[in-house]
Ligand binder design. Structure first.
Ligand SMILES: [Zn+2]
Length: 208
């Protein structure tokens, strides 16, 4: 991702830097210069985003289930509310997210792997197409809320950025969605502060 893609609305440019499916779901909305940019504008956008996570195939000619965008946006706001509350140590309201989990009906199925013939346990979805597509995302969010280490679930420190990530670095000192974007924006503003203060010969409060 570079600075220009922050202003792009092409779902192929939506940042995948959350290191967790549920956080990348939140990252389909980014803050641009004129407010929040939503990378999801159509049902097909949602399918293309799911395909980038290997949760759908986005072959030309296959139609996205209608209503997928609306359902996806509902899921995203439920997940955003839950993760924000959990991060802040507030009670997590689970009703809206549970509606999505409840709609995701699956059963386990044994099958033989096509290449090796080995037995594989997978799950088949038995629900409408939108619920089948969004179910794994809802489940990933629920799992994160239960099992995630929320000291490592963080929002980028840049004040103009709303992206989330799971800090899987060894040192657990990740501060930015991306060093190339917000890390550099931070460095540049620190540099402007320093050179500006030297010119004006007055102290400037250090940035965070
Ligand atoms: Zn950022």
């Amino acid at each position: 991702m570079n600075a220009s893609t922050l202003e792009s609305r092409n779902v192929a440019d939506a940042p995948l830097l959350g290191d967790h499916l549920a956080l990348d779901l939140l990252n389909t909305e980014v803050r641009g210069q004129d407010g929040v940019i939503d990378y999801w504008a159509t049902d097909d956008d949602v399918v293309r985003w799911l395909a980038r996570h290997d949760l759908a195939t986005s072959k030309a000619g296959t139609r996205a289930p209608s209503g997928l965008l609306a359902r996806g946006r509902e899921l995203r706001s439920a997940v955003r509310a839950a993760i924000t509350a959990r991060k802040a140590g507030h009670p997590v309201v689970v009703g809206a997210l549970n509606d999505h989990l409840k709609a995701y009906l699956t059963s386990p199925r044994l099958r033989h792997d096509e290449k090796t013939g080995a037995l594989v346990l997978s799950r088949d979805a038995h629900c409408d197409a939108a619920a089948s597509l969004l179910g794994p995302v809802a489940e990933a969010a629920a799992t994160l809320l239960v099992e995630g280490n929320f000291t490592l679930v963080r929002q980028c420190e840049h004040p103009d950025c709303i992206l989330w990530f799971y800090d899987r670095t060894k040192s657990h000192k990740r501060r930015w969605c991306s060093m190339a974007v917000c890390g550099n924006r931070h460095k540049a503003s620190r540099f402007r502060e320093r050179t500006g203060s030297a010119r004006q010969s007055r102290a400037v409060a250090p940035g965070k």
